[in-house]
Write a protein that binds this ligand. Structure first.
Ligand SMILES: Nc1ncnc2c1ncn2[C@@H]1O[C@H](COP(=O)(O)OP(=O)(O)OP(=O)(O)O)[C@@H](O)[C@H]1O
Ligand SMILES: [Mg+2]
Length: 256
C-alpha cells in the first residue's frame, strides 16, 4: 500500500484546558477531498495550524509526502507542498491582486523571480480573478477576496490545499462558483481538506467527511453517513449548521 499524503499519528494539542486534539490519528491520500465540520471553537482552525506548521503539537507526529514534518515550521512545510487559506484573510491591501499572488509564489513557493510570474498568472487563471490582476486587494468584493485567498495558496504549488471556511458569507451562486474552482484544482491532483460551516459547499465536492469535537473526530465516511450520525447531530443541536441541508444530503445519498 502506498503511504498517505498526510498523516497525523496520535497528535495531541491543548491550549490550557482547551483540547484541540487528543491522541488524534488521521490520514489523507493524494488527490483526496475531505470535509471537516465541527461547532465554533472545536479546534478546526487549530488543526490546520498543526498540519501547516503554524502550531506545534504537545505530542504525536505529523507526516507529509513520506517524511516527518512535526518539527518543520510553516515555511518549510509550504515548500514541501502544504498550502493553506486563512479564515481571516490577510492580503496586502495596498498591493494589487497580482502582486499579492506573486509574493505568495516567491515567499511561500520559494520560486525565483523568473518562475514566479507564470506561477502567479496561472493561479489567477485557476481562480478566475485574472481580470482583476491590477486591482488593489483592498478594493475587492467578497467573492473576489475568496478567489484571491485561494490563488495565494495555489501560487505556492501545493499538493495539499487546506481551505478554512472560504465559503462563509457568500450567496448560493457564489458558493457554486467557489466549489467549481476547488473541483478543478482537485481534478489536477491536488488533495483538499476543507473546513466549512456551509455544508452544501462540502457536500457538493468532498467524498469524505468528518466532524471535529472534543479533540476527536466523530465519524469518518461519506457526507451523508457523517451528517446522519446521531453523535454529529447532537453536537450540532442549536448550532449554525443548517438542519435542512443535512436532511437534503441524507435523502440524496440514501444514507441510513
Ligand atoms: N494560540 C492560541 N492560544 C490559546 N488558545 C487558542 C489559540 N488558538 C485557538 N485557541 C482556542 O482554541 C479553541 C479552538 O479555536 P479554533 O479557532 O481552532 O476553533 P474553530 O473550530 O476553528 O472555530 P470556528 O468555527 O469559530 O472557526 C478556542 O477555544 C480558541 O480560543
Ligand atoms: Mg476556525
Amino acid at each position: 500500500m502506498t503511504s498517505p499524503l498526510l498523516e497525523l499519528d496520535r497528535v495531541t494539542k491543548r491550549f490550557g484546558r482547551v483540547v484541540i486534539a487528543e491522541d488524534l490519528s488521521f490520514s489523507v491520500g493524494a488527490g483526496e477531498t475531505v470535509g471537516i465540520v465541527g461547532p465554533n471553537g472545536a479546534g478546526k482552525t487549530s488543526l490546520f495550524g498543526l498540519i501547516s506548521g503554524d502550531l506545534a503539537p504537545n505530542a504525536g507526529q505529523v507526516s507529509f509526502a513520506g517524511r516527518t514534518v512535526t518539527r518543520l515550521d510553516s515555511a518549510a512545510r509550504c515548500r514541501l507542498g502544504i498550502g493553506r487559506t486563512y479564515q481571516v484573510p490577510r492580503p496586502f491591501v495596498d498591493m494589487t491582486v497580482f502582486e499579492n499572488v506573486l509574493v505568495a509564489a516567491q515567499q511561500g513557493g520559494r520560486l525565483g523571480r523568473k518562475a514566479s510570474y507564470p506561477a502567479a498568472a496561472a493561479a489567477l487563471e485557476r481562480t478566475g480573478i485574472a481580470g482583476e490582476a491590477n486591482v488593489p486587494a483592498g478594493r475587492l468584493g467578497l467573492l473576489a477576496r475568496k478567489r484571491l485567498e485561494i490563488a495565494r495558496a495555489l501560487a505556492t504549488g501545493p499538493q495539499l490545499l487546506l481551505l478554512d471556511e472560504v465559503a462563509g458569507g457568500l450567496t448560493d451562486p457564489e458558493v457554486t462558483v467557489l466549489v467549481e474552482i476547488v473541483r478543478a484544482v482537485n481534478a489536477e491532483g491536488v488533495a483538499v481538506i476543507w473546513i466549512e460551516h456551509v455544508v452544501r459547499a462540502l457536500t457538493s465536492l468532498v467524498t469524505r467527511m468528518t466532524c471535529l469535537y472534543g479533540g476527536e473526530f466523530i465519524g469518518d465516511g461519506t457526507p451523508g453517513e457523517v451528517l446522519a450520525d446521531p453523535r454529529v447531530r447532537e453536537v450540532y443541536l442549536g448550532s449554525d449548521i443548517d438542519a435542512s441541508t443535512i436532511q437534503q444530503v441524507i435523502k440524496e445519498e440514501g444514507a441510513p
